[in-house]
Design a protein around this ligand. Structure first.
Ligand code: 5GP
Ligand code: MG
Ligand code: MG
Length: 181
């Protein structure tokens, strides 16, 4: 695996290789298999970034489960400095009474997760558990108790790969790469 890569105009260094990701994802699946044994959880992935995490995680889930997706886009509204979120693809399934496991690629400020959790909770799931592959503790603006599983805590630096993009590029990389500043 390359240690240094260039994507568009920026350089990135390898931060987490494919082997480490695989081991961590399998460990999370193992915990979920124990926690949700005998239940039929519904996995909800946040597109686009979660697609690889979802694919690798659910391959290791042994309890019968359903898989669905939602999509949110964050954008700066006008001259405001706060993030606004737009739901681009509403969740098409009824989650009332379901054990919902929300999968997110990365939690940075926590704004996206907070928005999604508030929305999902209004639909009365039996339970709501969040798994974030990556989390930047230094950037978190909220305490989100629903976040029970985190793959890796990382520095507050921009990363790409394993689903995450820079200018829509790099999602296909099988490792996670950190921006060289
Ligand atoms: P939030 O600040 O709401 O927690 O994160 C918003 C979204 O920004 C994340 O879901 C993710 O799509 C994107 N994001 C946050 N940090 C990074 C990063 O380091 N790299 C990439 N590619 N996307 C990020
Ligand atoms: Mg995301
Ligand atoms: Mg992005």
């Amino acid at each position: 695996m390359e240690n240094k890569i260039k994507i568009a105009d920026l350089e990135f260094n390898l931060l987490i290789d494919a082997e480490h990701i695989k081991n961590r994802v399998e460990a999370i699946a193992e915990s979920l298999n124990t926690e949700f044994a005998g239940k039929n959880p519904l996995f909800v992935g946040v597109l686009n970034g979660c697609f690889m995490f979802m694919a690798d995680l659910v391959r290791n889930i042994t309890t019968p489960c359903e898989i669905s997706f939602t999509k949110v886009a964050s954008y700066h509204g006008g001259l405001q400095t706060t993030w606004q979120l737009r739901n681009d693809l509403g969740l098409a399934v009824d989650i009332e009474g379901r054990d919902v496991i929300l999968l997110e690629d990365i939690s940075d400020t926590g704004n996206t997760l907070k928005f999604l959790i508030d929305d999902l909770k209004q639909r009365n799931p039996a339970s709501l558990t969040v798994c974030a592959l990556l989390l930047k503790p230094a950037a978190q603006q909220y305490h989100i108790p629903e976040v029970k599983y985190v793959g890796f805590e990382i520095e507050d630096k921009f990363v790409v790969g394993y689903g995450l993009d820079y200018k829509e590029l790099g999602r296909n990389l099988n490792g996670i790469y950190q921006l060289v500043l």
